[in-house]
Design a protein around this ligand. Structure first.
Ligand code: SF4
Ligand code: SF4
Length: 479
């Protein structure tokens, strides 16, 4: 598709859409491929095993170490239990994860994309299955071009069936993080799970199948926002997959045993392009589509070794090192730099703040909602009365009793509806629940003249002494 635009003296065509060119990555062995397999196996194992870890939280509480309990409105991370009101802990974890990603990117470029991103892991797995069933690059290209036949249909059906099984077993496994893993797996396999569970398993399965089986590199190139702004974390010392142009050019074919002296080391074999999962030619420089998987390094190292020439024509290296090497100067890896030091310091700061907040986390939390209409009432005995609705959260697993007190309004009297006769009642709240109470605060109208006064209501645990205070307002007629 193209848009043609004409003006008085200019005419040009700007293509807004380019057809997808199907990529058939070739199998390659090497040290980075090994690292990628180790990362894939390690991360997938952790993903599968994590929901099966148990954590004893006492009777009545889920014993799954990592669980997001939507109906119970809780998130459990080992010994930490997060209520909806404490969502800032999750925000803190996300900030830590983002800062760690910034740090890794500033040190080693797109190491996240190339080795640990779920899209990369699943695409790698799907490509491995594809290769197993349809063969390596040349066989797949031939199969694509071949007319329809029983053998082609069998291979395609087997491949898609295998992809769907993997998508179900891996993508669908997400559901284990939102339910008790043994229970939900049993209920899915025996056909007794709820429609919601089957719906989400279907959704995750379809997403995995489509993204890893069909969309593949299109996700990295067009859908993912991360490549668009990650270059802000790079500097000349970041380690990136780079081609040593000064050594490789002028490129040209060469025979095995030929000397590299007096010529470019790139023999223009194209293997680095054929193994690339995103179809990039790294010899053209840094590109958005390069996910930093380093398979082209394995490819070129293999070629150079066969030629008997120095390896690392394509290498994980920094731009400053490349420039130094080109001038014959020594190269060195600089990991400690102002940028990385700032990331480490910020990670440390956020971690310390989170640890402090977690270690001082209160088991009682009070929230107060003052009545808005009317703001106050004048009682028959002349006193001014304000009404409030209190919610006291008991985050412990056992029942606690709480007392209430007020500060800020001199001579004020506090009464809890249902406990009117008791001046200092103990309000019982069951474990892991919220108690709601109506409260009246009354003050003699004579000395009280202010239209609004700051009022603090305090809930105190009778047993532990722990308190939670809430600032609100006491309203009066003024004058
Ligand atoms: S693999 Fe190495 S030698 Fe072959 S084309 Fe790529 S850079 Fe050149
Ligand atoms: S150019 Fe190299 S590092 Fe970049 S995506 Fe392709 S194979 Fe991976």
């Amino acid at each position: 598709m193209a848009i043609a635009r004409e003006s008085a003296d200019i005419e040009f065509e700007t293509p807004l859409y380019a057809d997808r060119v199907k990529i058939h990555p070739q199998r390659i062995a090497g040290r980075f491929r090994r690292i990628k397999w180790i990362a894939l196996i390690g991360l997938l194992s952790a993903y599968y095993l994590a929901p099966w870890l148990r954590w004893d939280r006492g009777p009545g509480a889920p014993d799954q170490a990592l669980l997001i309990d939507m109906p119970g409105r809780r998130a459990y991370f080992l010994g930490i239990e997060i209520w909806p009101q404490e969502i800032y802990y999750l925000a803190g974890l996300l900030i830590l994860a983002a800062l760690a990603l910034f740090l890794a990117t500033s040190i080693a470029g797109r190491v996240w994309c190339g080795f640990t991103c779920p899209q990369t892991i699943w695409t790698d797995l799907f490509m491995w299955v594809e290769r197993l069933i349809e063969g390596d690059r040349n066989k797949r290209i031939k199969l694509d071009a071949a007319p329809f036949s029983a053998s082609k249909a069998l291979k395609r059906t087997t491949k898609h069936a295998a992809w769907l099984i993997i998508a179900f077993a891996t993508g669908g496994a997400w559901i284990m993080y939102f339910n008790d893993a043994p229970t939900v797996v049993r209920s899915i396999l025996t056909g007794q799970a709820s429609v919601t569970v089957y719906g989400f398993v279907g959704l995750f399965t379809a997403a995995t199948y489509l993204l890893a089986g069909w969309a593949r590199e299109q996700v990295c190139i067009y859908m993912c926002p991360w490549p668009r702004f990650q270059s802000a974390m790079f500097d000349e010392h970041s380690l990136l997959v780079t081609y040593e142009t000064w050594r490789g050019e002028p490129r040209g074919h060469a025979k095995q045993g030929q000397s590299p002296e007096g010529r470019g080391h790139c023999i223009d074999c194209g293997l680095c392009v054929r193994v690339c999962p995103t179809g990039v030619d790294i010899r053209n420089g840094q590109q958005l589509a390069c996910i930093g998987c380093a398979l082209c390094i394995d490819a070129c190292d293999g070629v150079m070794t066969k030629m008997g020439w120095p390896t690392e024509l394509i290498a994980y290296d920094s731009l400053s090192n490349q420039a130094a090497r080109e001038m014959g100067k020594p190269a060195r890896v600089r990991i400690v730099r102002p940028r990385t030091a700032i990331y480490v310091a910020t990670i440390g700061l956020v971690a310390i703040v989170m640890l402090f907040m977690l270690s001082t986390r209160a088991l009682v939390e009070l929230t107060v909602q003052p009545d808005r209409a009317p703001l106050f009432v004048r009682l028959q005995d002349g006193r001014i009365q304000n009404a409030y609705t209190l919610k006291i959260l008991n985050k412990d697993r056992v029942e606690h009793g709480y007392s209430l007190s007020i500060r800020g309004v001199a001579g004020a009297d506090l009464r809890v509806v249902g406990y009117e006769t008791d001046e200092a009642p103990t309000l019982p709240i069951a474990g892991d629940s919220i108690g709601t109470f109506r409260v009246f605060v009354r003050v003699d109208a004579d000395p009280y003249r202010a239209p609004a006064t700051s009022l603090e209501i305090v809930a105190q645990d009778r047993h532990t002494g722990e308190t939670s205070a809430y600032h609100t307002t006491f309203n009066g007629p003024g004058g």
